[in-house]
Write a protein that binds this ligand. Structure first.
Ligand code: NAI
Length: 504
């Protein structure tokens, strides 16, 4: 359907889009209002492709043919015979609308006009066009050739034929096409909101430091980067703008509330790598890895008592305590000496110990939601005595696994973040923003999560996730944590989270 493609805007995205389609066999014409931007983009792509030749990944012949297919256009008129024009110009609605208006007077009636916008409504861009049915979103990720996903965004009036055409084109270029309707943040920038905003919320409550939160998320669920490392990489100004934009467009739904912390840090220029300081410091572009604080030496004098009868957990705790020379009491009630450990799901330590009638000065919470092998989380509460915390930390790290001590939080850190990711994913499925399969695949490809939101839900157990959310909502009394109907119904019916809304 699309043999001749015009790309407008030869910046970071446009040059990548030009390279992608020239490599997959289409004729590409690259246009920019700044002639030097076109030259730079073509030189940049030549250099990249030459490196592929040097590495033996691309033959000389294919290199020549690809460069031959990628041509500069010195004015917009040259794009008049294109089957598809993709704009990747500045992110301003009126400028994009004006460009599409100019294009409509040049190109054929069946030429598709696609926008790479990441935050504007495709429908609004199309609203000033004579033929809004030929306008669609084609939202790539940076760097385009390496990020093997593109969102194909269906505006309110986009013709389905063109959506299918764009999907085929993406497929041919080796990119996964995630079809999504035109909603705020589309699919990926919407689904990505849970991770960062909840991390900022946890930070704002003084639960843990950014470094602790990042370490937990890497070592527990296996994220490549923690939320604060990711903010630093993306630039907090960019991330905060997306958070604000999605929040505004969903009419202040508290699920998406941005953080005053981010606003202040942006104002201070603490943007991350690009300014040398964000949540971490950078020298010559390299992150300065902060030292993990070592556990203080402490005599372990008290026995431990663990609430609950989970056999696996009891044997894990017992093993590490015996490595520390401490014992785990077997009784139903703790002795008067024992350090009491509770293992709440979605509740804070204070609530859990109050329900159980345990003594505040010697009760702590242990996170048993994730695996125990790399890092553990111990949660204190305001009544806990410092020596009790130190003894528990010392004992629970006796086998060499580090223990993070955090302040009281409903759902610790990992439970809150994972429950948020799953909840938002299921809400996205409920809203028909993506099919379950598209959702999970897109999030893994675009955000590099180790699992998609629905797969995370199954991995940790959807019942557990629902319990975490119900308890979070009860502790905070906020609709931010309300479980999505999609999640609740599938838990109640005992169905996989991927089950569609109705059986065909
Ligand atoms: P950029 O600033 O690197 O490049 C934009 C280019 O467009 C510049 O070379 C500029 O001279 C040119 N331009 C501006 N107005 C023009 C016009 N009226 N006609 C022709 N050329 C014009 O920007 P970047 O990062 O490539 O972003 C472009 C678009 O892609 C924006 O809509 C942005 O929101 C979107 N996007 C950006 C992503 C990113 O990570 N940078 C990711 C996904 C989408």
């Amino acid at each position: 359907m699309f043999n001749r493609i015009g790309v407008i805007g030869a910046g970071a995205m446009g040059r990548g889009i030009a390279q992608l389609f020239a490599s997959s066999g289409q004729q590409v014409l690259l246009y920019d209002t700044r002639a030097e931007a076109i030259e730079d983009a073509i030189a940049f792509n030549r250099n990249l492709l030459q490196r592929s030749v040097a590495k033996g990944k691309l033959s000389e012949g294919d290199f020549d043919a690809t460069m031959e297919r990628m041509q500069p256009a010195s004015d917009l008129e040259q794009l008049k015979d294109c089957d598809l024009v993709i704009e990747a110009i500045v992110e301003i609605l009126e400028v994009k609308q004006k460009l599409f208006d100019q294009l409509e007077s040049l190109v054929r009636d069946d030429c598709v006009l696609a926008t790479n916008t990441s935050s504007l409504s495709v429908t609004r861009i199309a609203s000033s066009c004579k033929r809004p049915e030929r306008v669609a979103g084609f939202h790539f990720f940076n760097p385009v050739p390496l990020m093997k996903i593109v969102e194909v965004v269906r505006g309110e009036r986009t013709d389905e034929r063109y959506i299918q055409g764009l999907v085929e084109l993406a497929d041919k270029a080796g990119h996964f096409a995630a079809i999504t309707p035109d909603t705020p943040g589309f699919l990926v920038n919407h689904a990505g909101r849970a991770f960062g905003t909840e991390a900022l919320r946890i930070l704002s409550e003084g639960v843990a430091t950014p470094q602790q939160i990042d370490r937990m998320l890497r070592d527990g669920p296996g994220f490549r980067m923690g939320p604060f490392e990711l903010f630093d990489l993306t630039g907090l100004d960019v991330s905060h703008a997306v958070m604000e934009s999605v929040y505004e467009q969903f009419y202040h739904d508290p699920r998406y509330t941005p953080s005053f912390i981010a606003a202040q840090r942006v104002a201070a220029g603490l943007l991350g790598r690009k300014t040398g300081q964000g949540f971490y410091r950078y020298e010559d572009g390299q992150k300065i890895e902060p030292q993990e604080p070592a556990a203080e030496e402490v005599m372990i004098t008290r026995p431990f008592w663990l609430h609950g009868d989970d056999i696996v957990m009891r044997s894990n705790v017992s093993a590490v305590l015996s490595a520390a020379g401490a014992t785990l009491e077997e009784g139903n009630q703790p002795s008067a000496e024992a350090i009491c450990l509770v293992t709440p799901l979605g509740e804070d330590c204070t609530t859990a110990l109050t329900h159980l009638g345990l003594p505040g000065e010697r009760t702590l919470a242990l996170d048993c939601f994730d695996n125990w092998d790399k890092r553990r989380t111990l949660m204190r509460q305001p009544a806990a005595e410092a020596n009790i915390v130190a003894q528990a930390r010392g004992a629970l790290s006796a086998d060499g696994v580090p223990v993070e001590v955090i302040n009281d939080s409903a759902g610790f850190v990992i439970q809150r973040l994972i429950a948020g990711v799953v909840n938002l994913g299921t809400e996205i499925a409920q809203k028909g923003i993506a099919t379950p399969e598209t959702l999970d695949r897109a999030i893994q490809l675009a955000l590099g999560y180790p699992k998609g939101p629905l797969a995370f839900g199954e991995h940790y157990g959807k019942h557990q996730i629902l319990t975490v959310l119900n308890n979070l909502q009860a502790v905070y009394g906020e609709p931010r944590y309300r479980p999505s109907p999609w999640l609740r119904r599938r838990v109640q019916l005992g169905l996989p989270l991927t089950t569609p809304e109705f059986q065909e």
